[in-house]
Design a protein around this ligand. Structure first.
Ligand SMILES: [Ca+2]
Ligand SMILES: [Ca+2]
Ligand SMILES: [Ca+2]
Length: 274
């Protein structure tokens, strides 16, 4: 049997109706808001090799953005293209105002681009604005500069001196000078080699802050009384093919430790010398 609707039930229904209506209005408003937002243009990605020939084509904005499909030839003939901001120093690029073709306009040098000295890969935003105002549009463009191995590793100095006390136990290790290389991680220093005539020392490397650090490890204790110094050569190789290298000559000087008791020059005590 149906029971008459109470005032309380009617109030609940009215509140629910109001809430539903409000929710619909909010959703409708959001729908309108999302529909009315301009579409976000996909960022176009191009790659150009470091030191590519001057005039190398990097991008054809007109063709790649399919502007021919969107506009008549009459409209396209009015278009002009320009970079929103000039490409950075070290990455000379030009854009043809009428065709929208992007080319290298000088020597592209990855290591000369400030923001690429520590960043890898080297990505440069070079957005393109299309005019006239009636057809204004921004094509978002990223140009990646592909690294080439155009820098050899180098040490800050050509020689180094390492002083090791003869009391240092086997297993002790000592930091050696690090080689630097201006190229990106792929073509930077990848390995070290140690050349020496002794089997008392060996090279070990450790990775620190994404950099390979060479260390000299003692395999057996040194004895100054038998050898006072050692000559070593440290060579750093980069990741090129063939790899480029740098060398550092290291002089290891063995420091004295008080590891010998005093001895008399003759077998007789001084008091017994004549
Ligand atoms: Ca370079
Ligand atoms: Ca290199
Ligand atoms: Ca390079």
């Amino acid at each position: 049997m149906l029971r008459p609707t109470s005032h309380t039930t009617r109030r609940v229904i009215n509140k629910a109706t109001l809430l539903t209506t409000a929710l619909c209005l909010v959703l409708a408003d959001q729908h309108f808001y999302f529909r009315s937002r301009p579409e976000v243009e996909t960022r176009r990605h191009y790659v150009v090799s470091e030191h590519a020939d001057n005039g190398t084509q990097v991008a054809d904005i007109m063709a790649d953005a399919r502007l021919h499909r969107l506009h008549s030839p009459e409209v396209l003939s009015q278009f002009h293209f320009r970079f929103l901001s000039p490409p950075p120093a070290g990455a000379p690029l030009s854009i043809d105002e009428r065709s929208g073709i992007v080319r290298t306009a000088g020597d592209i040098d990855r290591e000369a681009v400030k923001q690429c000295r520590v960043a890898s890969p080297c990505l440069l935003p070079v957005d393109v604005a299309i005019g006239p105002a009636a057809y204004f549009r921004v094509i978002r463009v990223t140009v990646e500069i592909a690294d080439v191995n155009d820098h050899a590793p180098y040490f800050h100095q050509s020689t180094a001196v390492l002083r090791i006390r003869e009391s240092a136990p086997a297993g002790s290790s000592f930091t050696l000078p690090v080689a630097l290389d201006a190229d990106g991680p792929r073509y930077s220093v990848q390995r070290y080699e140690l050349t020496s005539s002794t089997s008392k020392m060996a090279l070990v490397t450790e990775s620190r802050d994404s950099r390979l650090v060479p260390r000299l490890m003692l395999l057996s204790p040194l004895d100054r009384e038998s050898q006072t110094e050692y000559q070593l050569r440290l060579t750093a190789y980069d990741g090129g093919l063939p790899s480029l290298s740098a060398t550092l000559d290291i002089q290891v000087i063995v420091l004295d430790a008080n590891d010998h008791s005093p001895v008399f020059e003759s077998e007789q005590p001084p008091s017994e010398r004549r």
